[in-house]
Design a protein around this ligand. Structure first.
Ligand code: ADP
Length: 483
């Protein structure tokens, strides 16, 4: 994974985790709000029902029973501001209470005679004969603050609402924010049809930023560790690959060496054979022990022939390594990408950014995967070595993969010093190198690469690049299906 991918992963994990943390916090707050609201509603409803019960009890009092006991009620129930009685035949102090009493008589329960929620009070009235009773109730004192679940200076706004009137029990915090919890429910008695309305608005500051920050840092930490581990693993894999390629290269270089030796040895041996045969003929003209001499010469000739055979065989083995057995369809672009991957540190060190043309749908060629990778690796390594000889700003490396008839062509074009015309024909010779001394050219890389390419049924050629530099073209037969 590259840097951008790690950042994307961090963003994704960070965002989803933070959302989850925020959501669960909001859900917990919502749950707490709902629970508090239900408790508040129950407490207020109990008070309202209690007030119904007081009136019901008063209605049972006999006239003149104890007129004063009713007046002592406010001492017991702090929410009662006063208790009004209507004696038999008398009228209520307010005309509309009369209508309320008629209603109460019809319904056989207490009714609301007058509501002044804006002032925090209301009149609850119960018809009875001979004496009707009315309670004036102070809403503020009706709230059992001792058991009240909501902090009075807290964030929740609470109000008792009827029609267009309302009494605010507590103001709450008038925060602006994206989340609002609401609760609205009528008190649990028909006589006092007030809605208890609660609301709480949460702003961004209500989110658990501490936990979110811990999550973000934890994700960053884990991803950083993962990135480090991955980078180390990549470096190790690259090193192992290079080692493997190096080993193969060394083995193949040995083969090249043998090929060179065979080439060198075969001619003298052939000459020796011819000479020995001539000598045998000459000796045959000379005296005494002709038979023995001929025999000896024949023997020598046979030996020489056998030696030549051995060399021939060795050469044949070297020239035709078991590549045919290993040939199989290989994606050319994969081989190129692998080699590029291995040389990535090298490219970076030289400040070279290779451009690759036509690699997306790379052709499939017949080759030995490791051998092919080695050829590509050699070409790229040579190009990088050539580029190291020109100023950094002038370094260009252009790779291209193309199809031509039944073949695929991989070309490597660099803007290095190029190959001198007189050397063009020689760069594929074993042991030809212009890299002397510390640069340590063995001069076997291109020769080996050409042998490999020919082993795959393809070819490798060198030329001048335009406007300058060298161009190498590796041509390989397409795999049957692709062809
Ligand atoms: P070595 O790299 O060990 O010298 P090679 O067989 O890979 O052996 O290359 C042989 C020679 O070909 C190099 O010494 C160099 O002179 C020449 N050569 C190869 N590739 C390039 C290139 N891209 N640009 C210029 N010269 C090159």
């Amino acid at each position: 994974m590259r840097g951008a991918a790690w950042v994307m992963a961090w963003l994704l994990l960070a965002a989803s985790g933070a959302t989850w943390i925020a959501r669960s916090e909001l859900a917990a707050q919502r749950e707490a709000f709902d629970t508090d609201a239900r408790i508040a509603h129950r407490l207020l409803s109990q008070r309202a029902v209690e007030q119904d019960a007081i009136l019901a009890t008063l209605a049972l009092l006999q006239p003149g029973d104890d007129a004063h006991s009713a007046q002592r009620l406010p001492a017991l129930y702090p929410q009662l501001i006063r208790v009004e009685r209507r004696e038999r035949g008398a009228a209520w102090p307010h005309a509309d209470w009369g209508a309320a009493e008629a209603e109460s008589a019809r319904l056989q329960r207490a009714v609301l005679a007058q509501a002044r929620l804006d002032r925090g009070r209301y009149i609850l009235l119960r018809a009875a004969e001979p004496t009707g009773y009315a309670l004036e109730i102070d809403i503020e004192r009706m709230v059992p603050w001792g058991d009240w679940p909501l902090a009075r200076e807290g964030a929740v706004r609470a109000a008792l609402v009827q029609a267009d009137q309302q009494w605010i029990l507590q103001r709450g915090h008038a925060a602006a924010g994206p989340w609002t919890f609401e609760f609205s429910k009528q008190l649990a008695t028909e006589s006092q049809p007030f809605d208890l309305r609660l609301s709480r608005t949460l702003g961004w500051s209500a989110l658990p930023w501490g936990r979110i920050a811990i999550w973000l840092s934890a994700v960053a930490l884990v991803l950083t560790l993962a990135a480090i581990v991955q980078r180390q693993r990549n470096a190790r894999r690259r090193a192992e690959e290079l080692l493997r390629l190096g080993q193969v290269a060394r083995l193949n270089s040995l083969g090249e060496l043998a090929a060179g030796l065979a080439h060198e040895l075969n001619q003298p041996l052939t000459a020796l054979l011819a000479g020995a045969q001539a000598a045998a003929r000459l000796i045959a003209d000379d005296p005494p022990d002709l038979a023995t001499a001929r025999e000896a010469m024949d023997h020598a000739a046979a030996q020489a022939r056998r030696a030549a055979d051995v060399v021939q065989r060795l050469r044949r083995t070297v020239e035709q390594p078991e590549h045919h057995a290993a040939l199989r369809p290989v994606r050319l672009d994969h081989a190129v990408r692998n080699a590029l991957y291995l040389l990535e540190p090298e490219c970076r060190r030289h400040g070279v950014v290779p451009s690759v043309d036509g690699a997306d749908d790379g052709p499939t060629v017949m080759a030995d995967p490791i051998g092919l990778e080695q050829v590509v690796h050699n070409l790229l390594a040579n190009a990088l070595q050539a580029l190291a000889q020109v100023p950094a700003a002038e370094r260009r490396l252009a790779l291209a993969i193309t199809r031509q008839n039944r073949e695929a062509v991989f070309s490597v074009r660099d803007s290095g010093p190029g190959i001198a015309a007189e050397n063009l024909a020689r760069v594929f010779e074993p042991f030809f190198t212009t890299r002397a001394g510390a640069q340590g050219g063995l001069g076997l890389g291109l020769s080996l690469s050409q042998t490999l390419a020919e082993g795959f049924g393809g070819s490798l050629s060198a030329g001048h690049a335009v406007p300058r530099g060298a161009e190498f073209r590796l041509t390989l037969p397409l795999a049957p299906a692709a062809a």
